[in-house]
Design a protein around this ligand. Sequence first.
Ligand SMILES: NC(=O)c1ccc[n+]([C@@H]2O[C@H](COP(=O)([O-])OP(=O)(O)OC[C@H]3O[C@@H](n4cnc5c(N)ncnc54)[C@H](OP(=O)(O)O)[C@@H]3O)[C@@H](O)[C@H]2O)c1
Ligand SMILES: *[C@@H]1O[C@H](CO)[C@@H](O)[C@H](O)[C@H]1NC(C)=O
Ligand SMILES: *[C@@H]1O[C@H](CO)[C@@H](O)[C@H](O)[C@H]1NC(C)=O
Ligand SMILES: *[C@@H]1O[C@H](CO)[C@@H](O)[C@H](O)[C@H]1NC(C)=O
Length: 308
Amino acid sequence: MGYNVDFVLERDVPELTGKVVLITGGTGGLGAGAALLLAKRNPAKLYITGRNEAATQKIIKQIHDDGSSTEVTFLPCDQSSLASVKQAADTFLVRESRLDVLMANAGVMAAPPGLTEDGYEVQFGVNHVAHALLIRKLLPLLDQTAITHGDARIVMLTSLAFILAPRGHGIVFDELRTPQNYWFLGGFQRYAQSKLANLLHGRELARRYPNITTIVIHPGESNTSLVGNLSWYHKIVVFLPNIGRFLPVEQGCWNQVWAVGVPKDKVVSGEMYEPIGALTKGYTQYCLDEKLAARLWDWTDEELKAWL
Ligand SMILES: NC(=O)c1ccc[n+]([C@@H]2O[C@H](COP(=O)([O-])OP(=O)(O)OC[C@H]3O[C@@H](n4cnc5c(N)ncnc54)[C@H](OP(=O)(O)O)[C@@H]3O)[C@@H](O)[C@H]2O)c1
Ligand SMILES: *[C@@H]1O[C@H](CO)[C@@H](O)[C@H](O)[C@H]1NC(C)=O
Ligand SMILES: *[C@@H]1O[C@H](CO)[C@@H](O)[C@H](O)[C@H]1NC(C)=O
Ligand SMILES: *[C@@H]1O[C@H](CO)[C@@H](O)[C@H](O)[C@H]1NC(C)=O
């Protein structure tokens, strides 16, 4: 029941010479772990987006101390604000003419009821809507990179927690602009919707953009601040079903790093992989619901119209 954790950076990720990599929420947790490992494979450039510049400077120092030749840049991007996401994407587009890997990693879990600056339920806004805007804005560049260099990837972080998405809906579209204050495990029901959205968005991206390889990742459970910051009650919800499966925190980022290195003909674009590189057995009915995926795509398009 534990994961098969077999990963060796030097074996599984080729040198990333010349490539440009962008990681959202790379200021801590799995994103920071992925940044440190990927930098060892020396991409030309690595962008770390997030809110916490001081934390990023520590990671950049560590990357340089490790002897990496990568140019690392902190790109301010607060995903609870679409204006901030738009600004980050525009800044990136002015600076770069290729994007090889976009890792959509930033996330919040079991947050209390609340709304983002633009009025979305916090987790749906930060985890899905913000990523959708960033991805939509960078899609032309990803497509161009795929044609010019033969490979461009979106690595999308989801979570098996999507199993807690509200029954009968999966995603409750009518309530995405409310705090969704459910009485039973509300924080997880909200998180689950956002993570289901990440997965369905990944599947739809793969379908609509066949030249880009989209790999959806469940990283496995590990004690990052996403978990460490929870109340004891919420911790039980995370720890109990995952006894025997928790990964040491330094291994938590391995699966998403694997996704950067795996030869693209060894993966199925749009499918989800559990640690390490294992095609998932954990789909629920909503994960495979093409109508739901299409509805999410259309809803997202409509919401983002004003920002594109
Ligand atoms: N850890 C697990 O067990 C686990 C399991 C399944 C899936 N995941 C997924 O893995 C991803 C990474 O999670 P993690 O465990 O590394 O969590 P984490 O340690 O809490 O890190 C989350 C990252 O997202 C950033 N972030 C949060 N809110 C943001 C916002 N409004 N704007 C910009 N950045 C924001 C954080 O930056 P700040 O420092 O600014 O908050 C941080 O860099 C998430 O998508 C999560 O759903 C994790
Ligand atoms: C995919 O790439 C080929 C060139 O390799 C191009 O002709 C085609 O238009 C691209 N398809 C899409 C959907 O962008
Ligand atoms: C976790 O707690 C620390 C310290 O209170 C805080 O700085 C950080 O933003 C929190 N992280 C999350 C994901 O809530
Ligand atoms: C998880 O990490 C927190 C610090 O972020 C620590 O206090 C706690 O003991 C850790 N829990 C486990 C089970 O490792």
